[in-house]
Design a protein around this ligand. Structure first.
Ligand code: 13P
Length: 337
């Protein structure tokens, strides 16, 4: 299989009605925060046990078509001795990997952030491919605060995402392109929409400049929401604001848009996704998920680091995945949750 065929197969395996991506790629500090909240120590073995629990949830493949792993996890094994990427694929879940190395302030541009990790990326991807990864993820982060994100910050971030995506495609790995405009703060839903539109616009210009094949990538955007400190918008408003921005900026060639949950509660993330799919109309792309917290939180709290809670945690994950599956099909009703 050449690189193009490999990526076509990956997209075909990942983009299917009613299925989405589970983001389980928390970096060491981030998983540490999640574990602290449930009183679990951030050790390699606990991280392995948690991710083993996720990928071995029986039936998960019905609703989940891809899983984003953290670099360390590619090398870890399930309790029954399979590589974690293999265990995912055993139930039809394509393994992928987060390849960025996190954000730092953008130098000389107060308030703007930039993500690191391009140096040596092609070589790292070759290793990840041998470990089973077929797609990658890179996240740029934009915080609405003061003048940020500035036009310069938006350009610099778009350039990084496009360079990353081009490197991925050059070695046959499908890039998930994730520009996340944070919901932190007290901005209005309109402001979040304006910034998200400018960000997406810059990202697709940069992808074009860098010859990225849009058919062979997945976009992972934020939904358009009011700031976390503001009263919540209702799902119909979120759906309208989100679809307006995406229709203005995302070419029809992109096969799938997989939203991040970004700090919404599990329930909110499902209700909003359902509203988006109900309002979808003639939008050309699949509208699915790449949730981290909104899929994992209920399961983490059921687990609490205890082996005897494993079945309850797996049941909680499966149930969240099923409800989001219904939301992808616009068939969710809050009374189900
Ligand atoms: P959340 O859904 O928790 O925002 O995580 C998605 C993700 O992968 C962020 O990079």
């Amino acid at each position: 299989m050449d690189n193009i065929e490999a990526m076509q197969a990956t997209v075909a395996d990942m983009v299917q009605p009613g299925r989405g991506v589970l983001a389980a790629d928390e970096s060491l500090p981030t998983i540490g925060k999640r574990f602290t909240a449930i009183g679990v120590e951030n050790t390699e073995e606990n991280r392995r046990a948690w991710r083993d629990l996720l990928v071995t949830t029986e039936g998960l493949g019905q609703y989940i078509s891809g899983i984003i792993l953290f670099e360390e996890t590619l090398d870890q094994k399930t309790s029954d001795g399979r590589g974690i990427p293999q265990a995912a694929w055993d139930q039809g879940i394509v393994p992928g990997v987060k390849v960025d190395k996190g954000k730092i302030p953008l130098a000389l541009s107060p308030g703007d952030l930039i993500t690191q990790g391009l140096d040596g990326l092609a070589d790292r991807l070759e290793t990840y491919k041998q470990q089973g990864a077929r797609f990658a993820k890179w996240r740029e982060v934009y915080k609405i605060e003061g003048d940020a994100p500035t036009p310069h910050g938006i350009e610099a971030n778009a350039e990084m995402l496009a360079r990353y995506a081009a490197v991925c495609q050059s070695v046959g790995v499908v890039p998930i392109v994730e520009p996340e405009v944070l919901m932190d703060g007290d901005h209005s839903i309109e402001k979040h929409g304006e910034v998200t539109e400018a960000v997406q616009h810059a990202v697709f210009h940069a992808l074009h400049r860098h010859h990225v094949i849009l058919e062979l990538m997945i976009l992972k955007p934020n939904m358009v929401l009011p700031g976390k400190e503001c009263p919540k918008a209702n799902p119909e408003e979120v759906a309208e604001a989100t679809l307006k921005v995406l229709k203005r900026t995302v070419p029809a060639a992109v096969p799938s848009i997989n939203f991040l949950s970004g700090g919404q509660s599990a329930e909110e993330a499902t209700v909003n996704l359902n509203a988006i799919n109900r309002l979808k109309g003639n939008a050309p792309w699949a509208l699915s998920i790449s949730y981290g917290r909104a899929l994992q939180q209920p399961a983490l709290h059921a687990w609490m680091g205890k082996e005897e809670n494993r079945p309850a945690a797996q049941a909680a994950l499966l149930e969240r995945a099923r409800l989001n599956h219904l939301a992808m099909l616009a068939q969710y009703d809050p009374s189900m949750g």
